[in-house]
Design a protein around this ligand. Structure first.
Ligand code: MG
Ligand code: MG
Length: 251
């Protein structure tokens, strides 16, 4: 379905959804330690959301078997939490979460390096991928075109020489997790559908230290870089306003 201009009540619900989501992601970042499994993170996410009125959107979405996607290193998105998957110091941990509150959905992701054992390459990959997300957010306003957002993201990532993942894209969000239009991380200014104030979209750059090409692992879910290069993923759900935007998944 095409993303709609949300009513005041729907925006209010999405603000609360986004606040809950951001709180859970902040808690996970805080809790993350080498030696934990990716399933441990999922259990914390589930526990943190309990009793808040928020529901984990991803569970059962297209058949996904858990509440959160946890992707490590060369895994870009859609990693399934597993009690067998131990997180090591220096691993890039990408956490992608969705919350439904009062029928309205927000979607957000962040990437961190576990155990504070990083290096300049990883730090820069994470920093630049997040910066490309904010570059996309910065061009939002009533009448913005999808290509304007895509191009803003692309500029930042290209300058860093990263592989810009093309097979997965941002999207409209709100009543459903994935609404039209798609918001690619690669495109031409002034092209594509026009977006209006009151619409809510998820911008989500995915970048690698190598090739942009990806494949789906044998579990049928995990998306990995073809050349096994390290990857990062950042995402916010954002409300477009007359003159700019409001990030809904930020505390
Ligand atoms: Mg997401
Ligand atoms: Mg998304």
């Amino acid at each position: 379905m095409q993303t709609r201009i949300k009513t005041r009540a729907e925006v209010t619900a999405m603000r609360e959804s986004g606040r809950l989501l951001a709180t859970v992601l902040a808690t996970l970042k805080e809790a993350l330690e080498p030696g934990m499994t990716t399933k441990d993170l999922a259990e914390i996410a589930k526990r943190e959301l309990r009793g808040t009125g928020g529901v984990p959107t991803f569970l059962g979405q297209y058949g996904f078997p858990d509440v959160i996607c946890i992707s490590l290193n060369d895994e870009i998105v859609h990693g399934i939490p597993s009690p067998k998957r131990k997180i090591k110091a220096g691993d890039i941990v990408s956490m992608d979460f969705g919350v439904t509150y009062d029928g309205m959905i927000t979607d957000s992701a962040t990437s961190v390096v576990a155990g504070g054992v990083s290096n300049e390459k990883k730090d820069k990959l994470l920093r630049d991928t997040e910066a490309s997300l904010f570059a996309g957010v910065a061009v939002l306003k009533d009448g913005v075109r999808v290509g304007d957002i895509a191009n803003a993201v692309q500029q930042v990532l290209e300058k860093g020489g990263y592989g810009i993942v093309r097979d997965m894209v941002g999207h409209g969000v709100g009543h459903e997790l994935h609404e039209d239009p798609n918001i690619p991380n690669y495109g031409k200014k002034g092209t594509g559908p026009k977006l209006s104030a009151g619409m809510t979209i998820a911008i989500e750059p995915m970048a690698t230290l190598g090739d942009f090409r990806v494949f789906i692992d044998i579990d049928g879910w995990t998306v990995r870089s073809n050349d096994r290069s390290l990857a990062a993923h950042f995402e916010h759900t954002v409300l477009i306003t007359e003159t700019g935007s409001e990030i809904l998944t930020q505390l």
